[in-house]
Write a protein that binds this ligand. Sequence first.
Ligand SMILES: *Cc1c(COP(=O)(O)O)cnc(C)c1O
Length: 425
Amino acid sequence: MWHPLTLAQLEPELLAISRAKGGWLYRPDGSGLLDMISSWWVNVHGHGHPALVRAIAAQAKQLDHVLFGGVMHPAAAELAGALHRHLSPSLSRFFFSESGAVAVEIALKQAFQYWRNLGQSQRRRFVAFDEAYHGETFGTMSVSGQLSYSQNFRDLLFAVDRLPFPATWIGDEALEVKEAAALAAADRLLAEHGDTLAALIIEPLVQGAAGMRMCRPAFLNQLLAKFRAAGVLIIFDEVMVGFGRTGTLFALEQLAEVPDILCLSKGLSGGILPLGLTVTSEAMFAVFDADNWDRGFAHSSSFGGNPIACAAAIASLQLFAQPKPWAAMNRLQAWYQGVIADFQSHPSLGRWRQCGNILAVDFTDVTTDYGSAFSVNLRRQAANHGLLLRPLGNSLYLMPPYCLSASDLKIAKSNLHQLIATVLS
Ligand SMILES: *Cc1c(COP(=O)(O)O)cnc(C)c1O
């Protein structure tokens, strides 16, 4: 095996998992870990949810896979229709792929070619936040910030204009100054280069891989209005924040501007099968509507729109239409308040922040890279204390599936206390 984002020398012992149910992952010896990070931010309803298992089995018997080029099948149609009812009416054209990075890559290609098709190929630059994360293909690494996983490929990445991200936390006194600086940077960029910009891409409300850095909706509204006024396309990468993470089904529900392009993946299929979506408007589609490949959009994914993944996504959306996951989110958010209260004055824990169902805090005494010895040790200790956690640098975060019971949360709290006492002793 060659494991993703894993330094074999630092992490010779892998965590063996052989079974899962609800919020729990089980090792071969039967011992359980609470999945506090939704298995890389994907699983939303818990593992092995009967409704998802049923939908997958039924679809596998009916139609397992068919190419999506020039072919239609009921699961894709039903999923697009169901999603459309949750989105703004203008987001009505659905382009399927199989992952988050590819969903973003497609958005970048669409934005770039949109301006070429309109005869405005001078609009070719992308704008993104410092330390953004949009995936690990070359295009998505280019719009991502300088994070450690992309540093070796810097020479092959295209240039992107950057904006500072006014990351905020509970009790942040410098917040307004940071927001004003970011808005001023946007004004300068638009004044100098506004007519060469193709699109702004953001992770709305929460930057994930950068360390669960959060910003206020009011700030984003001001920023987005500036780019909209300058005619720049707006791309929302909701690959992580989509499907309830920020407290609403989509982060865009908390924002005034509707994006021109929306990227979804991770929780889309309930977080159990690979599926990506790039959603855009009728107006955008019209610019590509053609009888030749100069104008048409030449992109394909072998497994894009896979019927089984679509069936899981339909079943997942149906679960979101019921009160249960929302009640679990309320329980989780109330529990977060208790966690913050318990650890607020811990001398080695600093900036607490919460957005909906994501809670994060920084370790103040350690400066550490992603996957460094400190975080590897913390992961191992967490597993020993019955928790699946995966810190980002010096940030510890919680983002469990929406199925944890009161007793699960009680166990999680007590395990967290023991873990913090062990690693910060
Ligand atoms: C995870 C993530 C991606 C990439 O998704 P993959 O399915 O891992 O390729 C893109 N954008 C954001 C915001 C993400 O969190």
